[in-house]
Design a protein around this ligand. Structure first.
Ligand SMILES: [Zn+2]
Length: 54
């Protein structure tokens, strides 16, 4: 099934069961479509900072 922008929220994502790390989880995720904005419309969530050992 091909999704369109009308199937997704303003961020170009939605929530449903997906396989993640070998388990089925109800998770928010983005989709790419053949219509504008093609990939994500905006970022949703809180970014995480990682400190790498140098
Ligand atoms: Zn989906």
């Amino acid at each position: 099934m091909l999704l369109t922008t009308d199937d997704l929220d303003e961020f170009h994502g939605h929530t449903h069961l997906v396989e993640w790390d070998g388990k089925m989880v109800n998770m928010y995720h983005y989709h790419a479509t053949y219509e504008y904005p093609y990939t994500i419309g905006a970022f949703k969530g809180i970014p995480v900072s990682l400190k790498l050992n140098q």
